[in-house]
Design a protein around this ligand. Structure first.
Ligand code: AMP
Length: 577
């Protein structure tokens, strides 16, 4: 038996696949939902779930909410009500000691484990845990580590929108359909386009933002209210969330703060249209990701059979309106926004344990992976949206004679230049000295079923293998992920220009010295007129190099290359004669 777990930013759930159905399990109080909250008390075991949530105002520094946002992070941005004991590794300071985000998540997972064991009356040792599709390698590893700390064997890390698609598709195993899963929760947004084909679930593309969700709406509303109520935005976050939720049902709501700051009371009426106008700019950002996912999958909205909504924030009428406008159809709200992901994880548990046999899941990798090559270019080995598990390799050689090592910089991202992407790791592979271009080093990237990267570097001559674990992974924040995606679109043109220039420059740097040597070797075999023509073309290349613009350099290099082709064959003849 393999449990399915939705380890959410706000709430977490656990279920198992039983007698042909996914079943979510309740705790001793009858609740299937466990708030993802842990509250620490000196010399006592921590509180988890609702009891922890109740301490959030009483002991804010000891009550950790939304720890999912910190998973796999080292660089911290933003305000937190608790203190950090250290940044590398990231540890949160509490009165019961210092804890890593993995440890705190493990407390939540341990509670789910023991609730499930209570409900079932037997041990639950294996689990599938979901993560946002846009979680990077490090965040997935951290989630797996949390599961292991809680005593689980983590059988699979599963993308949340894919899990939601499984939940939707379970009763449609005979269908062929293309669906979009629009998942807007408290902290993250994911869009995935998925093809269902008689029990085969194939993710066609995915896009998203690990820092876009209901929390951002709460913050925008709290800022707005703080101007009217003379309180700090932080003090108004809970009120803002409550008001936002009521406005999903009502057209207006009354905000009452009976004992705000001393004895004075405050109240005001907030309308749904006021809330909407604050939320539109934030929610519009989901559109860009949807369009990108459509483009990556080569689909138009008309090609889709359904748009499924999941995540608590899709209860908002405004979200439903934006989705309707974008996809040209009313979304399918048949899935329980809070439970679909856990149900999907539970179904995946059923597939893996063999309890469910007519289902296959093909997931994709959300970001491109590659290495830096000459001239600082990103050389993509596995493009984003490749179906996982996958493997890709490439052969590299030495740029300098008798080089004894090769520096390999592993990159993740969508930009053309290496420096604009994130470096996952850098390592130096030693190899036997050889003349320029003679050493051969094969680099293979493998992404496993959990979306976790493994690298193999092989020196071909000696068959020596180096296995590389990406230890530090990405030292970037959620904001940086967001920025990366936005910038890759924004700078697409410049990036292309830069790549063209760099490629042309590398070619020019090879061509110019080779030309000098060829002219010298050929001597009188080249006519004066031909020599002048070639030297003029070479001069044009040097000038374009100085100018620094891509297209003229590319053209100049192409002209020089063409004009020098006959020299190359004459040189060859000379050598052979
Ligand atoms: P999730 O991460 O999927 O659990 O979603 C949590 C987010 O959904 C939080 O930001 C909640 O404020 C938001 N949410 C839950 N219920 C509603 C509702 N009725 N209207 C608007 N937002 C909601």
């Amino acid at each position: 038996m393999i449990a399915g777990i939705d380890l959410g930013t706000t709430n977490s759930l656990i279920g198992i696949f039983d007698a042909g159905f996914p079943v979510l399990l309740a705790d001793a109080t009858g609740s299937r939902l466990t708030p993802s909250a842990v509250s620490f008390i000196q010399n006592e075991p921590p509180l988890v779930g609702f009891p922890a949530l109740h301490r959030r105002n009483l002991a804010p520094a000891d009550t950790i909410l939304s720890v999912k946002r910190l998973m796999g992070m080292r660089e911290i941005q933003g305000q937190f009500p608790f203190r950090f004991a250290s940044h590398s590794p990231l540890k949160i300071q509490t009165s019961a000691g210092d804890f890593t985000p993995e440890q705190i998540s493990a407390f939540i997972l341990s509670k789910l484990k023991s609730d499930a064991e209570q409900a079932l009356g037997m041990p639950v040792e294996r689990a599938v845990i979901t993560v946002p599709a846009y979680f990077n390698d490090n965040q997935r590893n951290a989630t797996k580590a949390a599961g292991e700390l809680a005593g689980f064997v983590v059988e699979r890390i599963l993308s949340e929108p894919t899990a939601a698609a499984l939940a939707y598709g379970l009763n449609r195993l005979q269908d062929r359909a293309k669906i979009a899963v629009y998942d807007l929760g408290g902290g993250t947004f994911d869009i995935s386009l998925i093809q269902l084909n008689q029990g085969i679930f194939e993710v066609l593309s995915t896009s998203g933002d690990t820092h876009l969700g209901g929390d951002d709406l709460d913050r925008a509303l709290a800022n707005f209210l703080s101007q009217k109520l003379d309180l700090t935005p932080n003090a108004l976050l809970e009120t803002a969330e409550q008001a936002k939720k009521s406005l999903s049902e009502e057209m207006q709501t009354e905000i009452l703060l009976p004992f705000a700051e001393g004895a004075s009371s405050a109240s005001l009426i907030l309308t749904r249209s006021e809330l909407d106008s604050l939320c539109v700019p934030i929610l519009e950002r989901t559109k860009t990701h949807c369009l990108r996912a459509l483009q990556d999958a080569g689909l138009t909205p008309a090609d889709l059979d359904e748009v499924i909504l999941v995540g608590g924030s899709t209860r908002m009428p405004l979200v439903r309106q934006i989705v309707t406008d974008l996809f040209g159809r009313a979304p399918n709200t048949s899935q329980h926004p809070d439970e679909a992901i856990a149900l999907g994880a539970t179904i995946q548990g059923g597939i893996l344990s063999g309890a469910l046999q007519n289902l296959t899941l093909l997931d994709v990798t959300p970001l491109s992976l590659g290495i830096e090559t000459f001239g600082g270019l990103m050389n993509v080995l596995i493009p984003r949206n490749t179906t996982i598990p996958c493997k890709a390799g490439e052969m590299f050689t030495n740029a300098v004679a008798n080089q004894t090592s090769l520096r390999i910089s592993v990159l993740q991202g969508e930009r053309e230049m290496a420096e604009d992407n994130w470096q996952l790791g850098e390592f130096v592979v030693p190899f036997s000295p050889a003349p320029k271009g003679q050493a051969r080093v094969g680099v293979q990237f493998e992404i496993d079923v959990n979306g976790i990267l493994k690298i193999l570097v092989r020196e071909i001559a000696t068959h020596k293998d180096h296995h590389i674990e990406i230890q530090s992974a990405i030292d970037v924040s959620d904001e940086a992920v967001e920025k990366m995606i936005a910038e890759s679109v924004e700078h697409a043109l410049e990036d292309m220009q830069e790549r063209i220039f760099t490629e042309a420059r590398l070619k020019a740097e090879e061509l110019l010295p080779a030309l000098e040597v060829a002219l010298l070797q050929l001597g009188d075999a080249v006519s004066a007129a031909e020599k002048t023509h070639i030297q003029n073309l070479a001069q044009a290349v040097r000038e374009s190099l100085q100018m620094g613009t891509a297209q003229p350099l590319k053209k100049a290099v192409a002209h020089l290359d063409e004009a020098t082709q006959p020299l190359a064959s004459r040189l060859l003849e000379k050598v052979l004669s």
